[in-house]
Design a protein around this ligand. Structure first.
Ligand code: UD1
Length: 418
């Protein structure tokens, strides 16, 4: 398990190029299961562990995958399998997204039930209810779910919560079903909008992706296409917060400001100067931030995936701030690690109260998931002294070449292979 050794308290200065969005690329790659024609996906963050796992999933289901730079070409080499291996689903929950395309195309799919993870139980009941509403029968067998439906029916679906994964899964399924499916209370994340664009290029008729009501008119024959993935708003947001926490000045090339509205508003309230520049965003920050309260919420609210990075910035705020986590039930594991660095954080239920301190100090700490890891990385970059950050593999799931990108803008960070 690799470690990062970080000598902190150095302002980040210069330019960073934002990678393609992991959370957009994952469902788009999986949606290539909807067609036998070749698809080329550009701007894929191919170095990420989760993307590698997705490519392995496609191969295990019978697709051929070729990489050229950050483009992925997916072709068919025969008939597809309808069983997703447990080994891959346990490494990456998003593998469950293969259920929608496979069920809709072949009338049968077998997927392992993904277990809980460090941030919560993460059930898939909304996905399953959607498939059931479209006429699928479900049998549980040895930890797997088998879904069968000789022909899914187009339906009007109403989600109990705007789940990102369920919206994607049901959108993909509906594309291969003749007739009109409507998803109400759909998730509105930009990644869903990007998936909608991809599905339209395949020949489906999707409207409203990125709004609470998505309409999908499916067809039995989808074709291949070429698509370029949107920039990663969570990576961009993480770098904005890293720049602010280190009191730096950073240009984020490729960052899409309109996907980061909630974060940028809150960061401005905290005292960061953020402006749009040609092809990206620029941030500068001097001194300690003002204390600002944040509640996470589905898009366009404040992203839960930036909650830990945000908390690291607020650790040095002047005064007392509050973070309320409304999306996941157990997403404060990073707070105990931040406390080892001198942060003052009290957690009660889904609220954290952070009393700002003048300076964090380096310490041995450990990442528990991708975004907790990103938050701890920011704290380490801001802290005085040396931090040893363990379980870097979590960070590698979501941030491409993060230590190279950080070193280029002045961070002292090195990876120790173990
Ligand atoms: C996606 C993102 C993840 C992000 C999350 C919320 C990907 C690959 N991952 O995850 O980075 O943190 O959106 O923005 O895109 N829920 C249920 N039943 C369900 C589905 C979800 O109760 O059937 C609950 C979950 O347990 C969680 C909440 O709804 O508490 C949000 O989950 P969801 O929006 O589905 O997130 P993911 O798609 O898993």
């Amino acid at each position: 398990m690799d470690q990062f050794i970080i000598e902190g308290a150095r302002p980040l200065r210069g330019s960073v190029r934002v990678s393609g969005s992991k959370n957009a690329a994952l469902p788009i790659l999986i949606a290539t299961l909807l067609t036998d024609d070749p698809c080329v996906i550009d701007n894929v963050p191919v170095l990420l562990r989760d993307i590698r796992t997705t490519l392995r999933l496609l191969e295990s289901l019978g697709k051929k995958v070729e990489l050229r730079g950050n483009s992925v070409r997916v072709t068919s080499k025969g008939s597809l399998k309808t069983q997703a291996p447990y080994d891959l689903v346990k490494q990456m929950r998003a593998s469950v997204l293969a259920a929608g395309p496979l069920l809709a195309r072949f009338g049968l799919v077998r997927v392992p039930i993904p277990g809980g993870c460090a941030i919560g139980l993460r059930p898939i009941d909304i996905h399953l209810q959607g498939f059931a509403d479209m006429g699928a029968r479900r049998i549980a067998d040895h930890g797997d779910i088998i879904l069968s439906a000789p022909a899914l029916k187009p339906r009007r679906l109403r989600f109990t919560f705007p789940s990102v994964g369920a919206t994607e899964n049901l959108m993909m399924a509906a594309c291969a079903v003749s007739g009109l499916t409507v998803i109400q209370n759909a998730a509105c994340e930009p990644e869903i909008e990007d998936l909608g664009r991809f599905l339209n290029r395949l020949g489906a008729h999707v409207s409203g992706a990125g709004t609470p009501v998505v309409k999908i008119r499916g067809t039995l024959r989808l074709k291949g296409c070429r698509h370029c993935v949107i920039p990663d708003r969570i990576e961009a947001g993480t770098f904005l917060l890293a720049a602010a926490a280190t009191r730096g000045n950073l240009r984020l090339l490729g960052a899409e400001g309109r996907h980061l509205g909630a974060l940028i508003d809150k960061m401005r309230s905290g005292g960061a100067l953020i402006k749009a520049i040609a092809g990206g965003l620029q941030i500068s920050m001097t001194g300690r931030p003002r204390a600002v309260a944040v509640d996470t919420a589905p898009y366009p609210g404040f992203p839960t995936d930036l909650q830990a990075p945000w908390m690291s910035w607020m650790c040095s705020a002047q005064g007392r701030s509050r973070v309320k986590e409304t999306v996941f039930e157990n997403r404060f594991l990073h707070s105990a690690e931040l406390a080892r660095m001198g942060a003052q954080i009290g957690v009660g239920g889904n609220n954290a109260i952070i009393t700002g301190v003048a300076q964090l100090h380096g310490a041995p700490i450990m990442a528990s998931d991708i975004r907790a890891g990103a938050g701890l990385l920011i704290a380490a970059l801001a802290a005085h002294g040396r931090t040893v950050l363990q379980r870097v593999y979590h960070i590698d799931r979501g941030y491409e070449r993060v230590e190279f990108k950080l070193r280029r803008v002045g961070a002292r960070i090195r990876r120790v292979k173990r």
